[in-house]
Design a protein around this ligand. Structure first.
Ligand code: G3P
Ligand code: CA
Length: 330
């Protein structure tokens, strides 16, 4: 029965299937979302980017070179281009250069075949899903299970896309209204690394919202664009958290902002972020837990005793002991 009403009724720690069950299936496919649900994740995450004709599709970023078969498709060879996205110069194929109909001819592939070779057997099995397809899938699964399927939706590169005339928040809000997920009690959370996008969403829908926080010295891209000098280090102060609490209900910090690592990459003592955020009424959903020791080995050692948390569940426990409300996990 839990999870029917407010996000505050979700089980704690809330397990958020990061890009679905992306440790086991190519990310952001209906197969990955379904597996995450079947494995018991409480909430399933989508990252959203737009197509050329303004449809919202689920991809971690607009560059689809590594997560689809586009590079092997001769008909799209001329679409390969170099562009700047949020200050980074990238070469490849990008969602905003494809109509939805064109994008739908592509097939999803495993992002990191070197680490997740077993996932490559699913390459080619699924399309790039639209967010509307995910809403329909969630409704269907919710009816089948007799309990709503919770989604956790991130707007990616909103300032960049806005500069192209491709707003993310308005089409997202339209879809949420159409599928009845725009209210405060809807089984959905919204998130963005750009506080400006979270603030725009706050004006459009009542769905709870989370501000994502990256490295302490980094600036949210809309701060860079607007000349706002604040960095993430400013946002995790009591004053910064108070500001976030004026338009959001939670924060999604990196794991390092919860338990920093020492020079050798071992976990040290937790920061006061959990207590400070809770004092402002904000929930904390850090990212990202992965079970591959080869991927982020430093996460699996703690303090001076490398065996104290020598297994993946031990490392997870170190974070859970800080009092976080949930976790994004592959
Ligand atoms: O949304 C939490 C987490 O997904 C943020 O990181 O880069 O995987 O979207 P990213
Ligand atoms: Ca994300």
């Amino acid at each position: 029965e839990r999870g029917r009403g407010s996000y505050r009724d979700l089980p704690v720690p809330t397990v958020i299937g990061h890009r679905g069950a992306s440790g086991y299936r190519p990310e952001h496919t209906l197969g990955s979302y379904q597996l995450a649900l079947d494995m018991g994740a409480h909430v399933i995450e989508q990252d959203l980017v737009p197509t050329k004709d303004g449809h919202l599709v689920c991809r971690h970023e607009n560059d689809i070179t590594g997560t689809t078969d586009v590079a092997g498709r001769p008909e799209f060879a001329s679409r390969r281009t170099t562009k700047k996205v949020d200050g980074l110069s990238l070469t490849g194929w990008f969602t905003e250069d494809f109509t939805l109909a064109e994008l739908k001819t592509l097939r999803a592939t495993e992002r990191i075949p070197g680490n997740r070779q077993e996932n490559t057997v699913y390459d080619g099995r699924w399309e790039v899903p639209t967010f509307e397809e995910v809403l329909r899938w969630a409704d269907r699964e919710g009816r089948r299970r007799g309990a709503p399927v919770w989604l956790y939706v991130e707007t990616k590169h909103p300032t960049y896309f806005r500069s192209l005339g491709l707003g993310l928040e308005e089409p997202l809000a339209r879809l949420l209204r159409r599928y009845g997920r725009h209210r405060a009690g809807s089984p959905l959370l919204l998130q963005s690394f750009e506080p400006g996008s979270v603030r725009r969403l706050a004006k459009l829908v009542a769905t709870p919202r989370v501000v994502l926080l990256s490295g302490p010295t980094e600036r949210p891209w809309d701060f860079v664009e607007s000349g706002d000098p604040r960095t993430v280090a400013d946002l995790v102060t009591p004053a910064g958290l108070k500001w976030i609490a004026s338009f959001a209900q939670g924060i999604g910090p990196t794991l390092d902002l919860v338990i920093p690592k020492d020079a050798a990459g071992r976990l040290t003592e937790p920061t006061t972020l959990v207590a400070d955020a809770h004092a402002r009424g904000l929930v904390l959903h850090p990212y990202t837990m992965r079970n591959e020791n080869t991927f982020l080995p430093a996460d699996f050692r703690r303090g001076t005793d490398p065996n104290a948390y020598g297994d993946v569940f031990g490392a997870f426990r170190a974070y859970f002991e800080t009092g976080i409300d949930g976790i994004f996990s592959d």
